[in-house]
Design a protein around this ligand. Structure first.
Ligand SMILES: C[S@@+](CC[C@H](N)C(=O)[O-])C[C@H]1O[C@@H](n2cnc3c(N)ncnc32)[C@H](O)[C@@H]1O
Length: 201
């Protein structure tokens, strides 16, 4: 597995990312609500890209958002878009979530359109659990259904992305640390999420 290769792959695409992406809007607000973002929430956004979810988190009143991406190019585009928001409230960092060096803890962790690129699922589950407060929640979500997503990734190198399993199967891997209470896997939507289990503190 090559974290460097994944960062490079997305760096090469950062300049044209917004032009080929859906504009931030109602879908992203609905996903942020589904994730449980609320007034005062501390949110960790994994694989934020150019910041497609950040407007929604701000609109729902998040008090702190740490938005991470492996690609410096993605982070630079995101920072430029949100230059008017105080860094204490919204911080973009070029970092691998699996190696993130922080004592900060979050109420909510979201990986939107990023999960198939984090190839070590078991490590991610452990890391997300560590980064959440005791009753914190995570959500893995995509802006399209699984088949459409796998077709979209068909030409992406295997060391950059992997095929998604049905949401219920992917969620099984998270059950070691989380109580899964949200799963959808339809032609148009794919997500799963849940709450950190108290006994795993
Ligand atoms: C398909 S893009 C999605 C970007 C954005 N969420 C969106 O929907 O437009 C996936 C992003 O995840 C980032 N990524 C992949 N692995 C990561 C990791 N281990 N830590 C942080 N970001 C990662 C990539 O650099 C890439 O920008």
């Amino acid at each position: 597995m090559s974290i460097g290769r994944i960062g490079e792959y997305f760096d090469e695409r950062a300049g044209g990312w917004d032009a080929q992406s859906e504009a931030a809007g109602g879908k992203h607000l609905a996903i942020a609500r589904l994730a449980g973002v609320h007034e005062g929430a501390r949110v960790l956004d994994i694989g934020c890209g150019t910041g497609i979810m950040e407007r929604a988190y701000l609109e729902l009143g998040a008090s702190r958002i740490l938005a991470l991406d492996l690609s410096q190019g993605m982070i630079e585009h995101a920072r430029a878009k949100f230059a008017d928001v105080a860094r204490a409230q919204l911080e973009f960092a070029c970092a691998d979530v699996l190696q993130l060096d922080t004592n900060e803890r979050f109420d909510i962790v979201v990986a939107y359109n990023a999960y198939p690129h984090i190839l070590d699922r078991e490590a991610l589950v452990e890391r997300v659990s560590d980064l959440l407060v005791p009753e914190g929640r995570f959500l893995v979500a995509h802006g399209m259904g699984r088949k459409a997503l796998d077709a979209h990734h068909a030409h992406v190198p295997a060391n950059v992305s992997r095929e998604l399993l049905p949401a219920r199967e992917e969620a099984t891997c998270w059950e070691s640390r989380f109580d899964i209470d949200e799963v959808a896997d339809t032609p148009f939507v794919y997500f799963f999420g849940g709450a950190k289990r108290r006994t795993s503190d």
